[in-house]
Design a protein around this ligand. Structure first.
Ligand code: MRU
Length: 299
């Protein structure tokens, strides 16, 4: 993801086309960036924030109305707090340099939190992850996938089960692609296979990212995370949330206050009426620890 001042334009790797094709999407205006976020060409909480920062800097370079640009970007998706955080960070200084620094800092945070999270892995760990919280979702390196990378580099990770993540398959398309590139042994499972694999003792820990962490630790993440958390508690398996502090929303008291995006039912089935909540909230009581760049906070 980058901002090219000569143009000017924001260039994004179009995540909708992965893993089959690696195609760039070029955005000429902040409205184009907002549309790319809305339609999931760029997705994942930190990556959405970085894209929004570049979008605002793009509007400033073009001499567009910054209020309008910010409004369009803020309206693109409701749940990931990184979007609103990034826009606030850029408000006083909507320059390319500031946007690039925000991007660099997010990747740096990922590396630091991954190092903390790796301490939670024992030799031979068989992990399960959900959705995609990799380099694609964070502008580089990854939060939950960053933790898997760091654990792998330390020789602590045996293998990763990747929940396919219905309905849009971020796990089966994006996480599997990233793990393949990193050379980390992995297998995609149907989301509904998690319970029986836990019961068979094949999962030692679960690691996910987050879209918004409320002040009390309740955490919104991709739909299906809450089910995994309930299952993990039943089977005595730890669930770790790995996310940067830009995902922590102290202004939101509890998970009940987190806005949950409801997407088009056609993403679930085009044939019948459908419901499509894109995120769920895992209560803090079901989370073993939240890992940020600042360290491990046990709940
Ligand atoms: O709807 P998406 O694909 O943007 O949802 C992404 C997730 O839920 C990720 O797991 C989350 O953003 C963590 S990103 C590091």
């Amino acid at each position: 993801m980058r901002l090219e001042e000569d143009g000017p334009r924001v260039v994004l790797l179009d995540q909708r086309r992965l893993p089959d094709e690696e195609v760039d999407l070029v955005c000429h205006t902040a409205a184009d960036v907002a549309e790319a976020i809305r339609t999931l060409a760029v997705r994942g909480a930190p990556a959405i924030g970085i894209a929004a920062a570049y979008g605002l800097a793009l509007a400033a370079l073009r001499g567009d109305d910054l209020g309008d640009a910010e409004q369009a970007l803020a309206a693109s998706r409701p749940t990931a707090v990184n979007l609103f955080w990034a826009l606030e960070q850029l408000r006083a200084d909507p320059t390319p340099e500031r946007a690039r620094a925000l991007h660099r800092d997010e990747v740096e945070r990922c590396k630091r939190m991954a190092a903390h999270a790796a301490e939670l892995f024992a030799p031979g760990t068989r992990a399960l992850t959900h959705c995609n919280a990799g380099g694609l979702a964070t502008g580089g390196y990854g939060s939950a996938v960053g933790a898997l990378r760091a654990a792998w580099e330390r020789g602590l990770l045996a293998s990763v089960l990747v929940g396919e993540t219905r309905p849009l398959l971020q796990g089966a398309r994006l996480t599997a692609w990233e793990l393949e590139q990193a050379g980390i042994p992995h297998a995609v499972i149907a989301d509904s296979a998690a319970a029986s694999l836990m019961a068979r003792g094949e999962i030692d820990l679960i690691v996910t990212g987050a879209d918004r962490i409320a002040a009390n630790g309740d955490t919104a993440n991709k739909i299906g995370t809450y089910s995994l958390a309930v299952l993990a508690r039943h089977h005595g398996i730890p669930l770790y949330v790995v996310a940067p502090t830009s995902t922590v929303d102290e202004a939101t008291a509890t998970g009940a206050d987190i806005p949950i995006e409801e997407r088009d039912g056609a993403e679930v089935t085009a044939r019948f009426p459908a419901r499509n909540p894109a995120f769920d909230v895992t209560p803090a009581a079901l989370i073993t620890a939240i890992v940020t760049e600042e360290g491990v906070r046990r709940l």
